[in-house]
Each structure stands twice: as structure tokens, then as C-alpha cells.
Design a protein. Sequence first.
Length: 253
Amino acid sequence: MSTPTFLTEPALFSGAAIGSTIALDASTAHHIRVTRIKESETIHVVDGRGTRYSGQVSPDGIFQVLGIVQEPAPRLQITVAQALIKGDRLERAVEMMTEVGAMSFVPWQADHSVVSWNKEKSERNHQKWTNVVRAATEQSRRSFVPSVEPLVVGARLASISDHFDQVVLLEERDPVGGAPGVTLTSGTVLMVIGPEGGISDAEREAFRNATNVHSLTLGNTVLRSATAGVVGLTYLFTTAGEWNGHPSGVVKG
């Protein structure tokens, strides 16, 4: 069984070294208590920015640092623009994509989305997504926690494409053969997942003049929006060789 991992704020461990003792925040200390971690058991605490601290924690939430590893960021850093869809499938999709390795999320109210967020819903759901990615980060033992960006509406999504090295539009299967595959080995990527009705002509046209945009069709079936992201991330990470092994990071101390 892998070592239990808990996410905390970076400032808490600022300046920490091997042998340091850190008073954990009340929320993290409570989480550790309810999971019945023994005082002699080794746990990991991560700061969400790639630093992993191993150590032991006392019943009153005092963590003793026994090891520090700075883990490398992924060579391929993927931001997922996820179209809004109905039901709890949306949050489940964000959870699974966090587990797979997404580095950031952009909620996207696409032209064909049947769901819309006003200001109040946007703020409430932004917090929900933030909670989901933090929980999934701990569950998957990641040291990097994905960010959740503000809501983007319709074709405005194309306006942020210049912030990325590459953009990948996940497309439905074309009966003639589909969009060609794409292999990306490093850099920043915006992966765009449309709603159940697909990406609209206006949204696709907005990306047309960008030179860094690729279309990608996954398999011979039409995937649900909530499924496409997990499959898309898996495809891109596999073809990039991202899962073929990485240096474990720099040990401090």
C-alpha cells in the first residue's frame, strides 16, 4: 500500500529542513486523526507545488520532517478546458482528470452546453472544483495540485490559446476517418473538451487562425464529454512518454 499523503499550504513548510518540527493546520491534523494514522507510521505531506515531505506526526498534530524531495514537474503540462455538462458527472470528470495528471482546469460554458453559470453559480462551483482537485490530489498521492481558473464563455476560449505552446481540440469521430493523431512531448497544452453537442462552428472558427491548434479524435466511438478528458489525457501522456519513468526528484537535507 502506498504511503498516506496529505495536502497542505506551501507557507506552512517554508524554510523546513530535515529534522524540523511543524505544527500542522487544524484541518490537516484532523484529517490525519480520522484516518487513524499511528504515531510511528510514516506519512507524506505535499505542498501542491512539487515538494514532498516524509515524516511522522504526533497525536497533537506536530509533524517531524524526516525527508524532503522536490519532484520534477511533468514535461507535458496539460490544462483542460472542460465544457459544462449536466449532473455530478462534471465533478467526477474533474476528479478523474486530476488523478490522471491534469495541471489546471478551465470551466468552459460552450455554445452547446445545456448548463449555464451566472456569477453566483460560477463562484460556488469554482469552490466545488477546488475542493474536488484537492481531495483527488491527496487520493492519488500527487505533489502538484491543479489550479482552477475562472469560467470562460463560448468562443472566448480561443483568446487564451496564445498562453499555451499547443492546443488540442478533441473532436467526435468523423465517418471518413477522423482527425489525425498528434504527438506532443513537452510544453504547455490546452486540451479542449466540448459538451455533448460538440464544439460549435463559431468556436471552431475562432481557433482557425491559430497555428498551434491540433484536432484529435479518440478511437472509433463517440465519447461522452465526461469520458473524453480522461481518455485524452491518457493518450497525450502515453504518446509523450510521460509515464515511462521520471527522475524521482531532488532530495534535500
